[in-house]
Design a protein around this ligand. Structure first.
Ligand code: ISE
Length: 352
């Protein structure tokens, strides 16, 4: 019992793939936290995750979960469009919140969060850009910050999903997937995105008997983004929603004196029948398993210290400003400037 007194009581909103993952990670790997509540509009789904977490209380109303006295901190993993309203409610209740990416589906909604949070005098919002906790990305960040390759000149990022999900659109490729890469570029380089130019194509065909919505319906499921950042670094990002062979994310940064990049997959290599093979990850849950655990562990520790420390609402906002410039570029076929904003003093750069 006495152990419970110091544990952070966490409420998880959304019991789908990511919500269930966060709840399980909290329950199984974060000794300083207790999953106190789970909300989903599908009560059965919430109930089965709650049963895995020592019978957390089940809710079907997110606002009620946020307001309940037995919840001290909140994880938001419901659908993207609900994120800003629920984050604002957490701020009103003065409760720390880890909100899955994107912080909102428009920059204007994300702005309402960065306008509200500084009035509370401490950071309460962290956005779920989990690559910030991925050891392979963190190693690149450390090398860049130590000057190992000198001034960054070119950033290359690749983000390949095995297979797209039903309902995917060209815009969602940007807002829901590429948003990670926009964050990675800004975070790793310590520069803001100033200009973007995006082109897309349709990969065609089907795979695995598939739900690929891209074939023949005009969805741009493979997009290439070129960018210019505030420190003069050039960047490219490849986002492929239907790479077929597996899931892969990585970055490589060329500096004045050399190149630093994320380590490739560490899978066992099998040599047989005149072939040499290595398994590929199947999805982001597998690829970023460690990152998700570190993310939630360090988030709980920051809650105990009293202020959010990971990717901020400002990161959530500026990535959406860049994403909206990408959407304008998709329409215009031209390079588009990203609306430039002065970072408020409240949002000091996030530390690894
Ligand atoms: C998904 O929502 C994620 O956040 C994954 O990290 C990303 O790789 C995937 O493309 C998104 O759909």
């Amino acid at each position: 019992m006495s152990k419970d007194v110091s544990r952070v009581l966490v409420g998880v909103i959304g019991a789908g793939g990511m919500g269930a993952r966060h709840a399980r990670n909290l329950h199984n790997h974060v000794s300083q936290a207790k999953v106190a509540a789970i909300m989903d509009i599908d009560l059965g789904r919430a109930g089965s995750v709650a049963a895995e977490c020592d019978g957390a209380k089940v809710f079907d109303d997110a606002g009620e979960l946020i307001r309940t006295a037995n919840v001290q901190a909140v994880v938001i993993a419901s659908s993207d469009s609900t994120h800003p309203v629920l984050t604002l409610e957490c701020l009103r209740q003065n409760k720390p919140v880890l909100c899955e990416k994107p912080l909102a589906t428009t920059a204007a909604e994300a702005k309402s969060v960065v306008d509200a949070e500084p009035q509370l005098e401490r950071r309460l919002v962290q956005v779920g850009f989990m690559r910030h906790y991925d050891p392979r990305h963190v190693a690149v960040k450390k090398a860049l910050d130590s000057g190992a390759v000198g001034r960054p000149i070119l950033f290359n990022g690749w983000h390949r999903n095995q297979q797209s999900y039903p309902g995917m659109t060209s815009e969602l490729v940007v807002i829901n997937s590429c948003i990670h890469d926009l964050f990675s570029a800004q975070w790793l380089l310590g520069q803001e995105i100033e200009e973007v130019f995006i082109r897309g194509t349709n990969t065609g065909g089907t795979s695995k008997g598939s739900t690929i919505s891209a074939s023949g319906d005009g969805v741009l499921d493979l997009q290439l983004v070129q960018m210019v950042l505030s420190g003069g670094c050039l960047a490219t990002i490849e986002v492929n929603m239907n790479a077929r062979y597996g899931y892969e994310v990585g970055v490589e940064v060329t500096g004045e004196h050399g190149i630093v990049g994320t380590e490739p997959s560490q899978g066992t290599v099998i040599r047989r029948d005149e072939a040499c093979s290595q398994p590929a990850d199947s999805d982001w849950i597998e690829r970023f398993d460690t990152a998700y655990r570190l993310e939630i562990q360090q988030w709980v520790e920051s809650v105990q210290r009293g202020s959010a420390e990971g990717p901020s609402a400002w990161d959530g906002y500026t990535t959406l400003l860049a994403a909206e410039a990408c959407l304008r570029s998709l329409k215009s076929g031209m390079p588009e400037k990203v609306k430039s904003m002065q970072r408020p003093a409240f949002y000091v750069p996030s530390e690894p």
